[in-house]
Design a protein around this ligand. Structure first.
Ligand SMILES: [Zn+2]
Length: 201
């Protein structure tokens, strides 16, 4: 079931020896964090720059992966982030060790970074597909090429407002969202709770 090509884009995290001891792994992460603080001003500033950086890192691999490969791997990373989140809040007294909450958070942060690397890979792959489609579409024609696919543009398309020159909530339309957030347990019908919140907006 597992397609080997899907592990090409995996970060450094996945290529380290599996048997790396916990202590060594934690030391490595601490050193990386210190380095990250040191070079703070040299990091990409905006989302487009981050996309460019990931695009360069993954350039050679992107062409060999289909959209489906990348989408499936993104889902896998979301599952790992979800698992790490559950572990943040589920301790057993007998296995609890001092300092463990911080390391569990570090694990969640690592998974979130993986989610973002695959999200950027997905956007970069969409942009590659645009190039291919444009080549066919524009052959011998004078039409203009489609604009590049950027994550910043995708987010703006959903949350931005040209009239307001700002981001806004896509549901209530306000810059500061005033939607009522209703958490409905899976065991209860949504209509039952919805009735209690009518008129909140
Ligand atoms: Zn809202």
């Amino acid at each position: 079931m597992w397609d080997y090509s899907m592990s090409i884009l995996v970060s450094v995290e996945c290529t380290r020896p599996k048997a790396e001891a916990t202590v060594a792994r934690r030391k490595r992460i601490e050193a990386l964090r210190n380095y990250s603080t040191m070079i703070h001003s040299e990091k990409p500033k905006g989302i487009d720059e981050w996309q460019g950086m990931f695009g360069e890192i993954f350039e050679a691999n992107l062409a060999t992966l289909s959209l489906k490969d990348i989408a499936l791997h993104l889902m896998e990373e979301l599952g790992e982030a979800s698992n790490a989140m559950i572990r943040m809040y589920s301790y057993k007294e007998e296995t609890f060790r001092s300092g463990e909450p911080n390391w569990r958070q570090t694990n969640l942060e690592t998974q979130l970074a993986d989610v973002f690397s695959w999200l950027f890979a997905l956007v970069a792959r969409l942009d590659l597909s645009r190039h291919a489609k444009d080549k066919e579409r524009l052959y011998g024609s004078t039409s203009v090429p489609a604009p590049p696919v950027r994550l910043s543009g995708i987010i703006w398309g959903r949350y931005g407002s040209e009239e307001m020159h700002s981001f806004r909530c896509p549901f209530c339309g306000k810059i500061v969202c005033s939607c009522a957030i209703i958490m409905v347990p899976a065991t209860r019908p949504p209509g039952e709770l919805k009735g209690k919140f009518q008129g909140v907006n």
